[in-house]
Design a protein around this ligand. Structure first.
Ligand code: ADE
Length: 417
């Protein structure tokens, strides 16, 4: 077997981690049981670039149970759980991932995975599609791909609009059972988890600045408020800013927030959201973290150029001393703090996200040849079936419409009585 992991001896621990995840991912396990019988992915080579976590481990097992071969690279240099990477390699996946990769190791691993010749790609951030489209692999046999995250969907839509995308992509991120849960509750909880594991600071009473009020920012702002922080939101989109205001958060430009914030977290999908002008105004001891996909949201170059020294004061925390003596603390090198300093989203929400991934792969295998090279939503029937299954596994029953109600909601002739 071909793989490259930190230490294959860690496999035993990885198996236990996955056992824990599996017990909290009943939807994916239901899908896996069907896949084991029906083998819908027989003959499929998947090349995946995902955070190598215990939850991803359960997805990979599900895809392999469905008959697929899987090559897996990490979708972030710091997010791999080495135990899980080892366990998956032992179970027969071609894994190329370890925690703490350099940038060149990161891209080398994607190239190694691509050597397996994908028929389906699975991305979290669109780096596989981007590498394939820059000539780093054979695109000719690819039926389609899936994309896990907002940033990746934005990149892929830009490729489709420019006419350069060569195969169809299912935007798993945009399924309701993904972004209304994973992005909101997953990011909300796991980001606080990362900040707390890294710093162990008290959140109650702190000025907590959230940059970006998309699904992720909204989840984070609510959870930070729940922990007793006073939350300030910054935005560039009037609609999102208005939602934040009506949800009861204080909204102001980052230049102003910079003066009052104790903790700053970016969740925007954009670059240099916190930069030199902001560092100039920050209080001594400000904590900076990012929970967006790429490590460009906190401008590290500006921070370095304004600093006279930097030390790693504890795991995942770098203390920068600015030239005027103030300190600023950067968490997890500005990479996704929830995955780099904690374990990512809890299994219960990844259950639905990865159910979408598994069913989207099956859909591509069946219908990929009929699709144009565009970005598609997850079919509504799949999304609804996942919600239904999740409720069933939680033991929750809901009403169904009467015949009369079904007729009423489809009709137009009945109005004011
Ligand atoms: N993205 C966020 N959390 C994750 C997790 N636990 N596993 C895989 N991808 C993730």
């Amino acid at each position: 077997m071909d793989y490259k992991v930190k230490d294959v001896e860690l496999a035993g621990k990885g198996m236990y981690l996955m056992r824990w995840a599996e017990d909290h991912m009943p939807v994916l396990i239901t899908i896996r049981s069907r896949f084991t019988k029906e083998k819908p992915l027989k003959g499929v080579q998947i090349v995946a670039c995902l955070h190598v976590t215990k939850e991803t481990g359960i997805l990979i097992r599900t895809l392999m149970a469905g008959g697929a071969k899987v090559a897996l690279a990490a979708s972030n240099p710091l997010s791999t759980q080495d135990e899980v990477a080892a366990a998956l390699a032992e179970e027969g996946a071609n894994v190329y991932a370890w925690k703490g990769q350099t940038k060149s190791e990161y891209y080398d691993c994607i190239k190694m995975a691509l050597k397996h010749g994908p028929s389906i790609t699975m991305d979290d951030g669109a780096d596989v599609v981007s590498e394939l489209h820059s000539g780093k692999g054979d695109v000719s046999k690819v039926l389609g791909g899936t994309e896990e995250t907002t940033t990746g969907v934005v990149r892929l839509k830009a490729m489709a609009e420019r006419g350069v995308l060569k195969y169809p992509i299912i935007a798993v991120n945009n399924a309701e059972t993904k972004w209304d849960f994973d992005n909101v509750y997953g990011t909300g909880q796991s980001t606080l988890d990362g900040i707390m594991r890294a710093t162990n600071i008290l959140l109650a009473g702190k000025e907590f600045v959230v940059a970006g009020y998309g699904h992720c920012g909204r989840g984070l702002a609510n959870r930070a408020r729940g922990m007793g922080a006073h939350v300030i939101v910054t935005e560039v989109d009037p609609m999102k800013a208005l939602k934040a205001v009506m949800d009861g958060f204080e909204v102001m430009p980052m230049l102003k927030a910079a003066e009052v914030g104790d903790i700053f977290v970016t969740a925007t999908g954009n670059k240099s959201v916190i930069r030199g002008d902001h560092y100039k105004r920050m209080k001594n001891g400000a904590i900076l973290a990012n929970t967006g996909h790429f490590n460009v949201e906190v401008d590290i170059k500006d921070l370095e150029s304004m600093s006279k020294g930097k030390i790693k004061i504890r795991d995942s925390v770098d203390e920068y001393t600015l030239k005027d003596g103030r300190k600023a603390y950067l968490l997890a090198d500005g990479r996704l703090v929830n995955l780099a300093a904690a374990e990512g989203h809890p299994s219960e929400v990844m259950d639905m996200s990865f159910a979408n991934q598994a069913l989207a792969a099956e859909y591509i295998q069946k219908f990929g040849r009929e699709l144009e090279p565009k970005v598609y939503d997850v079919p509504k029937e799949i999304d609804t079936a996942i919600a239904q299954l999740k409720l069933e596994t939680m033991g929750i029953r809901i009403d169904s419409m009467t015949k009369e109600q079904e007729k009423y909601v489809r009709g137009w002739s009945e109005g004011t009585e």
